[in-house]
Design a protein around this ligand. Structure first.
Ligand code: HEC
Ligand code: HEC
Length: 537
């Protein structure tokens, strides 16, 4: 293999496709899998010197590596960066084993990932609102806030990370939000102490988690699940999990969408650090990745197409035999004065269902411990608002009751789709939308009713977009599903200055909510391909 080929391969791994896939594909360890310590010894120790000259042991520290904790994706991105920036040569198998070793030994407690799981779940339209302005301006302007909020280090390490940034990317001082301030000074004097305080190496949560971390085989068994895929609808079913060896699993998913479509597949998964569940499920021609947190008899996260991470569903599952749980009510709303069939999804669902004031159970249609389907009737004078739903002594979900839909919100309100294809290696990245109906409760407060079918279209967002004919070039909206397919990649001679098929569009949802005609709007930026696509955005 020539140097160029191997370099290209490394970059491919680093940039995403290869790297992401490597994390889960072919996860079954070979008989020759090396333990993490020997890999550190062979691949990392040459540059990252141990704290003394005697042989490496598990409790010995390697400079820059040992005083760090991060997620599996964080370690993968880090090692990928070592390959690209420092020419580290490591096989995919060794890298997988090393990521596993480091993520287990130097990981995060479940509570330490809260609020930032969006990055691992690849919800790339997330905007870091409410993030501390110091971090947002100084750090979360080139990459996500999650990239560092999912790391734990002492002040000295945070400080070295700042030095690495300026040394490696000196132009950051001339960029916006760099040239208007003493970036390096503020980073060292203010940001480093703030990071060390917010994200310290030692924490109670981490020492507690290491003591209580459950064994992998406690996850074996059946899991009742519910989910929602924008552009398609609600889904529910059962996932069967077999613990094959160590932290490896065989997984079978059997479910159904609300419209009757099948949601079936088989695959495998790995458990990192006692709760970070990463699966690969083959469904027809697609492979769906599972990124879940498995804690206390529950799995929560997202399942998404491996080559199209924008095609993904929110996922929640409850383990059969663990504490009974109510996961979802599908559909989650009913109009006052009407009768409808509603399913409650969960585990251990025994006893009588209750839907609160003004909602009466007319008949139980079917009942298993995982799914209870009933006909309910909402009184004509039932007050607008959310009802707490329970089955026997289990509560958890809610049912929205409404007379009027006050407003339709298109979600996401602001998002990005990307041109692609046209012979290039990067596929188009779609826009995917839901039309959410919101009501006004008897208390005057807005409440979310749920997702309504809509007729979808796009318009130019402003005069500039109109002048540039963005509507004609940027892509096509599917009227029924709300799925937007962007235009082809590459310069287009038909456009002003042969520019790309990018655009600034308004997404419009026309909703007919049981007799009421309403309209919701959102903004969609259609832009160029994402060239740098590391495991943590
Ligand atoms: C050829 C030398 C070299 C090898 C081999 C090497 N590294 Fe590094 N590593 C560096 C240098 C230089 C830095 C500091 C600058 C930087 O962060 O890029 C660094 C930084 C790091 C950091 C700190 C980054 C941070 O988050 O602040 C970690 C962690 C790390 N390396 C892990 C590894 C692991 C794991 C391996 C083995 C797979 C490895 N390195 C192999 C050169 C190397
Ligand atoms: C000028 C843009 C820019 C700014 C500002 C910036 N970063 Fe980065 N950061 C990068 C790039 C580029 C990388 C390298 C990885 C990559 O190519 O995605 C990186 C990597 C990282 C990594 C991963 C390191 C590893 O080896 O795993 C962390 C953590 C990080 N940055 C934290 C921060 C923090 C904290 C701040 C604020 C003090 C900050 N970044 C500010 C561009 C930036």
């Amino acid at each position: 293999m020539s140097d160029t080929t191997s370099k290209l391969q490394q970059i491919r791994h680093y940039l995403g496709v290869g790297a992401l896939a490597a994390l889960v594909i072919g996860i079954a360890p070979t008989a020759m899998a090396r333990d993490g310590l020997s890999i550190l010894n062979a691949k990392c120790k040459s540059c990252h010197l141990p704290d003394d000259k005697t042989p490496l042991t598990a409790d010995k520290k390697l400079v820059r590596i040992s005083d760090q904790r991060k997620t599996p994706e964080g370690w993968l991105a880090n090692i990928g960066r070592m390959q690209v920036m420092w020419g580290v040569k490591i096989t995919d198998q060794d890298r997988r084993d090393l990521v596993k070793y480091l993520a287990d030994k130097q990981g995060l407690a479940p509570s330490e990932t809260e609020g930032f799981r969006y990055a691992m779940e690849r919800r790339l339209n997330t905007t870091s609102e409410n993030f501390e302005p110091l971090f947002a301006e100084m750090c979360a302007r080139c990459h996500s806030g999650a990239r560092f909020a999912l790391q734990r280090k002492p002040a000295e390490e945070w400080s070295r990370l700042v030095h690495f940034h300026l040394g490696r990317f000196p132009s950051l001082e001339y960029q916006m939000m760099g040239r208007d301030r003493d970036w390096f000074g503020i980073a060292l004097k203010e940001v480093v102490p703030a990071l060390a305080k917010a994200y310290p190496l030692e924490s109670q949560a981490w020492s507690d988690w290491q003591k209580q971390r459950p064994a992998a085989n406690t996850l074996a068994g059946e899991w009742s699940f519910s989910g929602h895929l924008p552009g398609k609808g609600d889904v529910a079913g059962v996932m069967t999990v077999k613990n094959t060896e160590n932290d490896q699993f065989k997984v079978e998913v059997k479910g159904q969408y609300a419209d009757g479509g099948a949601f079936n597949g088989e695959g495998s998964a790995v458990l990192y650090n006692g709760y970070e569940w990463r699966g690969n499920i083959k469904m027809g021609n697609d492979t769906l990745r599972q990124v879940f947190a498995a804690v206390n008899g529950e799995m929560r996260g997202r399942m998404f197409d491996k080559t199209h991470d924008e095609r993904g569903l929110d996922f929640a599952a409850a383990q059969k035999g663990a504490a009974p749980r109510l996961l979802a009510v599908q559909p989650g709303y009913i109009k006052a004065g009407q009768e409808a069939e509603v399913s409650i999804i969960g585990s251990g669902l025994t006893g009588a269902p209750s839907f609160g004031n003004g909602v009466q159970v007319v008949a139980v249609v079917a009942q298993t411990p995982e799914r209870l389907t009933v006909r309910v009737k909402a009184a004509a004078d039932a007050a607008d608002g959310l009802r707490a739903v329970s089955v026997g002594s289990i509560s958890g979900g809610s049912l929205a009751v409404f007379k009027n839909v006050a407003e339709v919100k298109v979600v996401p309100a602001f998002s990005v789709a990307r041109i692609g294809g046209n012979g290039g290696a990067t596929p188009k990245m779609e826009g995917r939308f839901d039309a959410e109906g919101w009501g006004q409760g008897a208390d005057g407060k807005p409440f979310r009713i749920g997702v309504f079918p809509a007729k979808w279209s796009v318009e130019p967002f402003n005069d500039q977009a109109k002048e540039d004919q963005d509507l004609k070039f940027a892509g096509v909206m599917d009227a029924a599903s709300g799925i937007f397919t962007p235009g082809d990649a590459g310069p287009n001679p038909a456009r002003k200055m042969s520019t790309n098929n990018t655009g600034n569009l308004k997404v419009v949802a026309n909703v007919n909510a049981a007799g009421q005609a309403l309209k919701g709007e959102a903004q969609l930026i259609v832009t160029v391909q994402r060239w740098n696509n590391p495991p943590l955005p």
